[in-house]
Design a protein around this ligand. Structure first.
Ligand SMILES: [Zn+2]
Ligand SMILES: [Zn+2]
Length: 374
């Protein structure tokens, strides 16, 4: 019997173990992916800390991954109708089983809130099979949406952007940014860096990225920030700097991507009257903050939009954006450090300690064609 090794979080706070799993029986429409790269992001740290609800431990983490198709049961096609063949390098939307038949899918048109959705590496557990990317092989269940990595897109550029790029695209869509509008980005982690890049691509004027430490702010400049602000000045001083850079009014758009509840209040202080705030950073429950609804929302005429997850449109466009603009924005360097599958615990610790913005598990990196030869 063929088996594949995978890194497993047995339960919250427990040490990662390498376990062997049998190769899945491929039903019609299924495929097996030989993993090239999978990412380690802040969500994986939350999973390790037991901070997300509805997670069936033991868990094989890894929600955004790239691999080479190793086996197919029946012919598969991508959404453009092109055949997917053995050996093709593909990625896939980690969200599976969005039903497209429930109230949220059909009437509310909020498919990211579909109660039937399952997520590889998050809400599929190891007992369900090889459904996470920290693994030698990934079982692509029928109905999973594959996206070929186009010629010329270095797989590590896409995995460097990864889930942060996809989430950032959703947030920037919700902000309905117009040319030359001013944008404040709260947070300089993976989502904040990609929001900064996408705001720049969208033709924003002033782009002010606020966060830390200093090397992340320097990186944000390379992603298109026109001004960066560290966390040493007080929130009032930071808001003053934003007003100074925006004609005294505040920013047209503030995108919160920090994860700190108080950052939402700071966003409302920094946005201009009639401006838009998108809250994308509060992926786990870090508690409550006091708010003055009269001053900070009502009289201010502020629009506040929450942004949860991403759907196939964001994922598909993120691959295209990485291919088209990966030379200009250094997504590849966001995941500068590679780790072997056996060192998944070291990779997770590096992300937890914020030594790296994100880490990449290079499972079978040698299978990936070198960018120069593509
Ligand atoms: Zn649904
Ligand atoms: Zn992630």
């Amino acid at each position: 019997m063929t088996t594949h090794c995978a890194a497993v979080i047995p339960a919250p706070h427990q040490a990662i173990e390498i376990r062997e799993f049998p190769s899945p029986e491929l039903q019609p429409g299924a495929a097996l992916l030989r993993t090239l790269f999978s990412e380690v992001c802040g969500t994986d740290v939350h999973l390790w800390h037991g901070k997300l609800a509805g997670v069936p431990y033991p868990l094989i983490p890894g929600h955004v991954s790239i691999g080479a198709v190793a086996a197919l049961r029946t012919p598969l096609r991508d959404i453009a109708g092109q055949p997917v063949r053995e050996g093709d390098v593909v990625t896939f939307l980690d969200v599976h089983e969005t039903c497209h038949t429930c109230w949220y899918c059909l009437v509310g048109k909020q498919s990211t809130r579909c109660p039937h959705r399952k997520v590889y590496g998050i809400t599929y557990g190891a007992d369900d099979g090889l459904l996470g990317g920290w693994s030698e092989a990934i079982w692509l269940k029928p109905g999973l949406k594959l996206v070929p990595i186009p010629a010329g897109l270095d797989p590590e550029t896409f995995i460097g952007g990864g889930c942060g790029l996809t989430t950032a695209l959703h947030a920037v869509d919700l902000a309905q940014l117009q040319l030359d509008e001013s944008v404040v980005v709260l947070g300089a982690g993976p989502v904040g860096q990609s929001v900064t890049a996408l705001a720049s691509l969208s033709g924003a004027g002033e782009i002010i990225t606020i966060g830390g430490p200093d090397d992340r702010l320097e990186f944000a400049r390379r992603m298109g920030a026109t001004t960066v602000i560290g966390l040493e000045p007080s929130p009032e001083e930071r808001a003053g700097t934003v007003r100074g850079a925006t004609g005294g009014r505040g920013a047209d758009v503030v995108i919160e991507a920090s994860g700190a509840p108080e950052a939402v209040i700071q966003a409302l202080e920094m946005v201009r009257d009639g401006g838009r705030v998108v809250v994308v950073g509060q992926y786990t429950d870090h508690g409550t903050v006091p708010l003055n609804p009269h001053l900070q929302i009502n009289r201010k005429h502020a629009t506040i939009r929450g942004c949860w997850g991403s759907d196939f449109s964001h994922f598909h466009r993120a691959v295209a954006i990485a291919a088209r603009h990966g030379g200009r924005f250094p997504w590849r360097e966001l995941a500068a450090r590679r780790y072997a599958l056996a060192d998944a615990d070291v990779a997770l610790l590096a992300v937890e300690r914020r030594e790296v913005v994100k880490a990449v598990i290079a499972v079978h990196p040698s299978v990936a064609p070198a960018p120069a030869s593509r």
